[in-house]
Design a protein around this ligand. Structure first.
Ligand SMILES: Cc1cc2nc3c(=O)[nH]c(=O)nc-3n(C[C@H](O)[C@H](O)[C@H](O)COP(=O)(O)OP(=O)(O)OC[C@H]3O[C@@H](n4cnc5c(N)ncnc54)[C@H](O)[C@@H]3O)c2cc1C
Length: 301
């Protein structure tokens, strides 16, 4: 990466921990991906702001990483800086019926905090293995709910380094999409409007969703969840199954036998395997059913 030694010196000076040539397979639920030239892991918001500023001034590519549960990195790796957002102290604040959470907070932790506070609205998110930032970026959803339903405001860093806030209804939230997919903005925190309910009822709904996931999803194998978006008027998994593609395999990647909407890593799958597999699945589904499948998993090349 051009100017790497200067970037390293600036990160060191700002106190941002980093490593070189970090295999992205270690940081994604797919367990696929070559090395990132630099992998920075800010431990607090000031360090994150500094890391973003350093990348912006150096003019290098930068990618924010949440829990890596919707990412597919190229086998060749990433010639830039990956900035990984972990949890920070005081990452969740509950005030009356609203919750504000730091972007690196695990959704699971957000959900259990909401339940313990007797606040309902985020039950659908229990079991989605992402972070708050990644879930806002994707407008993650399940079982009839999505982030859009409860999100009220997002605080983020824009391309000039300014920290701004925008109300949720200006964020272009739609089915697995948001304004953040068009911008190089970094989400810092998100606020949610909840409603009071009994802790027991909330926890029972969350337990039910977790149970359904365990029964239907191949959670024992590495994956990035649903590989394709749901095309209008159909379900990707049903179309794939209808085309006889359950178990269809390229190298170490295969359409899950348990849930055809998932591509799983059977061991040693490469990004190339996944791209070839998803390309073939989409082509066959299009030929046989007329539906166009679009990848939901975010490819980083
Ligand atoms: C077993 C399994 C089940 C799943 N089930 C569901 C489901 O039911 N519903 C669903 O919607 N998804 C599901 N997913 C997919 C995934 O968990 C969600 O998309 C999740 O919201 C991604 O969050 P993340 O933190 O892992 O994001 P990452 O994978 O780390 O990143 C995803 C994208 O968001 C960007 N990003 C992350 N954080 C930030 C930030 N702070 N600022 C700016 N950009 C950011 C990244 O650059 C990347 O482009 C599942 C995945 C798995 C593996």
């Amino acid at each position: 990466m051009q100017g790497q030694s200067r970037i390293e010196a600036a990160l060191r000076q700002a106190g941002v921990p980093f490593t070189r040539e970090e295999p992205m397979a270690r940081h994604t639920t797919f367990q696929i991906g070559g090395p990132a030239a630099l992998f920075a892991a800010p431990q607090e918001e000031q360090q994150l702001l500094a890391a973003l500023d350093i990348c912006q001034k150096a003019g290098v590519r930068c990618r924010v990483l949440g829990k890596g549960s919707n990412l597919l990195f190229a086998d060749e790796g990433f010639d830039g800086v990956v900035i990984a957002l972990g949890p920070i102290a005081d990452g969740i604040a509950v005030k009356e019926n609203s919750i504000t959470a730091w972007a690196g907070t695990a959704l699971g932790r957000l959900c259990t905090t909401a339940a313990a506070s007797g606040l309902a609205g985020l039950e659908f998110a229990m079991g989605i293995p992402g972070s708050v930032g990644g879930a806002v970026y994707m407008n993650a959803g399940a079982y009839g709910g999505e982030m859009k339903d409860v999100l009220t405001e997002v605080r983020f860093v824009d391309e000039t380094g300014a920290v701004r806030s925008l109300p949720a209804d200006t964020l272009g939230l739609g089915y697995r999409t948001s304004i953040f997919q068009q911008k190089s903005w970094c989400i810092l925190s998100a606020a949610f409007a909840m409603h009071p309910d009994s802790r027991g009822e909330i926890e029972a709904r969350m337990a039910d969703y977790l149970d359904r996931r365990r029964q239907k999803q191949p959670l024992e194998l590495p994956s990035a969840g649903s590989t394709f978006k749901r095309p209008a008027g159909a379900f990707a998994a049903a179309l794939i199954e209808q085309c006889g593609l359950k178990g269809y395999r390229v190298g170490g990647a295969a359409v899950s036998e348990k849930h055809s909407g998932f591509v799983v890593n059977l061991g040693g799958a490469s990004c190339r395997d996944v791209l070839q597999l998803t390309g073939e699945v989409a082509r066959i589904v299009q030929e046989k059913t007329g539906y166009a499948l679009e990848r939901e998993v975010q490819l980083v090349e």
